[in-house]
Design a binder for this molecule. Sequence first.
Ligand SMILES: C[S@@+](CC[C@H](N)C(=O)[O-])C[C@H]1O[C@@H](n2cnc3c(N)ncnc32)[C@H](O)[C@@H]1O
Length: 139
Amino acid sequence: MASDLDTNVLNKAKNGVYPKACVENEVPDPYLRIGFGVGTNGLEEWMRVRNSIRKTVSFRQINLARLGDTKYFDSEVKFDLIVCRNVFIYFAPPTIQQIVNSFRDVSTKDTYLITGHTESIQKITNSWSLVRPSVYKIK
Ligand SMILES: C[S@@+](CC[C@H](N)C(=O)[O-])C[C@H]1O[C@@H](n2cnc3c(N)ncnc32)[C@H](O)[C@@H]1O
């Protein structure tokens, strides 16, 4: 599941089309071949995430600031991995605290939470413990 607040961002992600030079620069070779196809008919400078991968992802409009008071997920939904990077910059510490506390509701004791490199949550919450830089597990 992939989420964002912004409809344009979600549409871009659903479409999965990126400049070839950027993809080749960012994505390691084995994943590149498995994950992306090169455009045809004048679109050779573009790559698209393969349909087999895109169809496994559900894209959802979620406002992280409302996670605490909006029921986005059924209670049985649990994620093995939550990647929440480069978004906390928009929020004040109390909201970040609410967000990471809400992540607990969709986590098990084995779930990993990954934040951006500069987005430490250690001083904001004591409900997650740091296991590696930017990687957390429930306390
Ligand atoms: C700097 S980008 C980071 C995108 C991506 N996570 C990454 O690391 O490349 C921040 C994203 O947060 C989204 N965003 C901003 N406020 C949000 C909110 N309240 N809830 C969910 N997403 C939000 C923006 O639309 C934008 O796509």
